[in-house]
Ligand binder design. Structure first.
Ligand SMILES: [Ca+2]
Length: 312
């Protein structure tokens, strides 16, 4: 974890598993993807309301080649096809536990291994993984069209290569999330709930104990919930954090190249974007379109997933 322990729990893995490939050699596929036109956009926080340590400023011009990006986050159903075809075992499965939000645990007390003093709403649950997102007593039978969770950056990379895709760069992700709008706060405009309607799955109520679920969901929502943005992309804010390809450096915007920035060359953590169902203005406003966060590439949790991209 870096500076934002509220955002996503963190797990450590037992080391690499040489018995399974980290990448698969599949033909390129743009199935389920939207073509995003290239061009120049203004990347970063236009309102200077992000957390300074996240490095959302300065706003800077970025020029991107056209690219494709998935219209939705990768679902449990899609990830199940990958796991079945490849026998891939995720890092959470190998580690034997993952981070589950305290109000959504489905496990025997003996399987709740740890509760951190600094983030007591994150519990380390034995047997929590993508097939058991709330613990061993949960399943994904009724959640096939929800985003897959408990996947590490390494797991996301493996899936993307199998699908004939790749993870988006952070700049591609923000360009896509903006939906063609210029300098707006959210993926749909500047207002959080236009005409009183929720456009994303975040937290309402008193974090972390009372969630009034005004947006309809305590934890994940199906990937096509709410109206898509101007590019036809769903849930670019809230629901689950999404891994990007880039390494994370809060100072990166001060030196990033104008054309097709791909992140710093060095650094342990990887970028996550979009915020999750746990975001609330009172403690984490990272559902804004410019918001940035990161986690180590072996981390996984109940509010962290991904979507894929491709060159045009
Ligand atoms: Ca919600």
């Amino acid at each position: 974890m870096t500076q934002s322990p509220c955002c996503a729990g963190s797990t450590r893995t037992p080391g690499s598993d040489a018995s399974q490939p980290a990448a698969f050699d599949s033909p390129r596929s743009t199935k389920g993807q939207v073509l995003i036109p290239g061009g120049v956009f203004a990347m970063g926080d236009h309102f200077n309301e992000g957390y300074p340590a996240d490095g959302e400023v300065p706003v800077h011009a970025v020029e991107l080649a056209p690219f494709h990006i998935d219209a939705t986050a990768v679902t449990n159903s899609a990830f199940a096809k990958f796991a079945k075809a490849t026998s891939y075992v995720t890092e959470s499965e190998r580690y034997g536990s993952s981070a589950v939000f305290h109000l959504a645990v489905a496990a025997e007390p003996a399987d709740v291994l740890n509760r951190l003093d600094s983030t007591p709403w994150w519990l380390t649950v034995r047997g929590a993984d993508w097939k058991h997102p709330e613990g061993p007593l949960s399943g994904i039978g009724d959640c096939q069209n929800h985003p897959v969770t408990h996947v590490s950056w390494h797991d996301a990379q493996a899936y993307a290569s199998w699908a004939g895709k790749r993870l988006p760069t952070e700049a591609e992700w923000e360009c896509a999330a903006r939906g063609g709008l210029v300098g707006k706060r959210y993926a749909w405009g500047d207002e959080l709930t236009p005409r009183g309607q929720w456009r994303c799955n975040i937290w309402q109520g008193e974090f972390p104990h009372v969630n009034t679920e005004d947006d309809g969901y305590l934890t994940t929502a199906p990937v096509k919930t709410y109206r898509p943005n101007g590019f036809g992309l769903y849930n670019m804010a809230g629901n689950v954090w999404e891994w990007c390809a880039d390494r994370f450096d809060p100072a990166y915007y001060q030196r990033s190249p104008r054309q097709n920035p791909a992140g710093p060359d060095e650094g342990e953590s990887r970028v996550m974007r979009g915020g999750s169902f746990l975001c609330h203005d009172s403690y984490c406003n990272r559902y804004r379109v410019a918001a940035r966060s990161s986690n180590t590439p072996d981390s996984a949790s109940a509010n962290l997933g991904f979507r894929c991209a491709n060159d045009a």
